[in-house]
Design a binder for this molecule. Structure first.
Ligand code: NAP
Length: 284
């Protein structure tokens, strides 16, 4: 590796885990964030941080100086993510940076009608001639804390429209470990990795696990899409969020996420962390 690794989305759940992994491994990095104050609080005052916004082309030049590889992560809940990220891909083409590791999602092929953006970006990386690697993780184990933390702690319920389907929820620290390897080593060009935990669980299983960890009953009423949309509306969320999330949860409900791969072990040499270990850290 000749230069630094630029990590976009570095204030977020996965991006911050990647930066912490690169720091631990002594790999040169720059954390690209919109909110630099938050980043210094999160990553430490001696962290390498640059102000960066996909929607502000004037931030591109400084962020890419001395960089040889980019971890590309787009924010969630944006139907036009491909339009947001494309100007930055065109900027990279004006530099010597050709290596891009893109955070896509498991099931993009199934979701291409409802949520086409990850597919579009994967295709664009190929068309523009990048030396790319695509990471397609399944549902993050951290979603239970990030998206359902209040439901679990205050209302004692999991309320996602996932039906009785199953997923092999993955620890973002495992995705970060995979990313650190493919960003810094050869042999991963034009590859697609599907990243999962080692066991699949239904939401009912997870409710049982949380009940055990918290020592109090957590229910999973398997809400319909309509009940879920009504609950989000009652909480003041704009309607597009329920539409977006219903499309995402359909992957679990319809059985497309009921899958385990061994890509984490192939790339890192060790087994994935268990869902239970993540939930214990966050809820015990
Ligand atoms: N959650 C899952 O189960 C799952 C599974 C598979 C794939 N994914 C994919 O993972 C991605 C989300 O990752 P995450 O959960 O780590 O995200 P996250 O925690 O929501 O963080 C996203 C970060 O994006 C940054 N951001 C927002 N708008 C930006 C802009 N215009 N320019 C530059 N940065 C911007 C924000 O930075 P600041 O804080 O600095 O404003 C934020 O910290 C999505 O693409 C999603 O499709 C998620």
């Amino acid at each position: 590796m000749t230069g630094k690794i630029l990590v976009t989305g570095a204030n977020g759940t996965l991006g911050s885990a990647i930066v912490q992994t690169l720091i631990r491994k002594g790999l040169p990095y720059i954390a690209a964030v919109r909110d630099t104050e938050k980043a210094y609080q999160k990553l430490g005052t001696d962290a390498a941080i640059v102000h960066f916004d996909f929607s502000d082309t004037s931030t591109y030049q400084q962020a890419t100086e001395g960089v040889s590889a980019v971890f590309l992560l787009g924010p969630p809940l944006d139907y036009s993510l491909d339009a947001l990220l494309t100007p930055f891909l065109h900027h990279l083409k004006t530099t010597s940076i050709n290596k891009v590791v893109y955070l896509s999602a498991m099931g993009v092929d199934v979701m291409s009608d409802a949520l086409p953006f990850h597919n579009n970006i994967e295709q664009k990386l190929s068309e523009l001639g990048f030396d790319y690697t695509i990471l397609r993780p399944t549902f993050f184990a951290q979603n239970f804390k990030n998206y359902e933390g209040d439901n679990i702690k205050e209302r004692k319920v999991l309320f996602s429209p996932a039906g009785n389907g199953k997923a092999a929820f993955v620890d973002v620290n495992d995705i970060a470990e995979v990313a650190s390897v493919v960003l810094s080593a050869d042999g991963h060009s034009q590859k697609v990795y599907t990243i999962t935990g080692s066991e699949t669980y239904s939401y009912d299983d997870v409710a049982g696990m949380l009940s055990d960890i918290l020592q109090e009953p957590i229910a999973y009423p398997a809400p319909s899409n309509t009940d879920y949309a009504a609950a989000l509306a009652a909480a003041g969320a704009p309607p597009f969020i329920a539409d977006y999330m219903n499309s995402v949860y359909a992957l679990i409900r319809d059985g497309h996420a009921n899958k385990v791969t061994n890509d984490i072990e192939l790339i890192t040499g060790r087994k994935p962390n268990s869902l239970r270990s993540v939930l214990e850290k966050q809820f015990a």
